[in-house]
Design a protein around this ligand. Structure first.
Ligand code: ADP
Ligand code: GN1
Ligand code: MG
Length: 361
């Protein structure tokens, strides 16, 4: 298969020994280009992850890699000596000149990670145990980064979870209607406009700034094949200062519904209360010790808000002609928006019970 990029050529710049055997696109991320490449090392096939950083979205790839380097060094320092330590933290492979990224002739920035074997990510959650393990791992991740030494990490995307600004972008895309699609998304636009007033709640709550992941999708944590344990948090591009609730909110969004983010049969999309309970307990088992009462109380609301926020981002991108998220079919971003809004409705119906549950943990 002809790849979009010459991974073989890129691979030569990294400190990897053995003969390059081939590479293939990997995973289902919406932003970067990820490849799994295989090398023959003394008769054994060894896999590596190669990623091209999307520099249209991450405007400062060098600064971003410096964030990631610091985060990994900090996590690795804490885990040293633990069993299976090398599978619990991502490991960057250096280039031949000793950097952690390579800029190719087209101006693309590349990085390489050791492949974490005997673990995988899932696009949709299958069991309460998986939900709880993912949430525990993300909570642990926040806890371990709570004493990251200064300086403050860079904002790799400014205002990433600033919901009112996301809403303003949506309003502009509705007004511009650049590709004449607003008429195809009337109901979704109405839904968004009806929910505008909740956008500022987390910002107004004056919650503490922490180091957060900011993209805690269920497929950004690797679960161990043998034990099911949430073994390694991945996709560190958006690790930066943020609110703990952004991370919990995105867990609710991606780890409580049995359906994939782009499911077209909306009858399959719902917030399953037992899954919410699993992530609330899993997250609080690791993050409970540092969260303030205000943060804890807002956990269910954050689930609703972050689901709404990603929904309006998909909608704005649909209306602007699909310039941000990768799409694989017509109307893909609108389909994604619809699942998010369906989930918001499902959360709304159960919010009182969700609040009661969290109060009791
Ligand atoms: P994106 O930003 O595009 O979502 P990710 O960093 O999440 O990129 O990687 C995409 C997928 O590749 C992940 O969902 C995971 O399945 C796989 N992956 C990423 N890093 C590793 C790794 N070090 N070892 C094994 N698989 C990985
Ligand atoms: C993107 O890179 P990926 O696919 O893990 C996006 C997230 C969205 C998510 C929606 C940098 O995440 O913010 O929540 O898609 N990442 C960026 O699935 O915008
Ligand atoms: Mg990802």
């Amino acid at each position: 298969m002809k790849l979009k990029h010459d991974v073989r050529l890129v691979a030569r710049r990294f400190q990897i020994h053995g003969a390059y055997q081939g590479a293939a696109p990997y995973g289902s991320g919406h932003i970067n280009d990820t490849y799994c490449a295989v090398f023959d090392q003394a008769g054994t096939s060894v896999r590596y992850i190669f990623q091209r950083i999307n520099h249209n979205i991450f405007k400062n790839p060098v600064g971003l890699m410096d964030n990631i380097r610091r985060v990994i060094a900090h996590l690795a320092g804490k885990g040293e000596g633990e069993p299976d330590f090398s599978r619990r933290v991502l490991t960057l492979v250096p280039t031949r000149s000793g950097d952690f990224y390579h800029c190719d002739e087209q101006g693309n920035y590349w990085r390489t990670y050791l492949f974490i074997e005997k673990a995988r990510t899932y696009d949709a959650v299958k069991s309460r145990r998986q939900a709880s393990q993912a949430a525990r791992a993300f909570g642990q991740f926040q806890k371990m980064l709570s004493d990251l030494p200064t300086p403050r990490l860079r904002d790799t995307i400014p205002d990433f979870h600033h919901t009112p600004k996301r809403f303003a972008t949506l309003e502009k895309s509705i007004a511009d209607d650049a590709v004449n699609r607003a008429k195809l998304a009337k109901r979704e636009i109405e839904f968004a406009l009806r929910h505008k007033e909740m956008c500022g709640v987390l910002l107004d709550a004056k919650l503490p700034e922490r180091v957060t992941h900011n993209d805690t999708k269920f497929n950004n944590v690797m679960l161990d094949d043998a034990t099911g344990e949430g073994i390694c948090v991945i996709d560190l591009d958006t690790v930066m200062p943020g609110l703990a609730l952004y991370d919990f909110g995105d867990m609710v969004r991606t780890t409580t519904s049995p359906a994939k983010e782009d499911e077209r049969d909306l009858s399959k999309v719902r917030m399953q209360f037992p899954m919410f309970e699993a992530i609330a307990r899993g997250y609080l088992s690791s993050a409970g010790e540092f969260l303030t009462p205000a943060e804890k109380q807002l956990l269910p609301f954050a689930g609703k808000l972050i689901t709404f926020e990603i929904g309006i981002r998909f909608l704005a991108d649909y209306l602007s002609g699909d310039t941000y998220f990768k799409v694989h079919r017509d109307g893909h971003n609108l389909d994604r928006c619809r699942t998010q809004f369906k989930l918001v409705e499902s959360i709304e119906r159960q919010e009182a019970a969700m609040n009661k549950l969290v109060e009791g943990i």
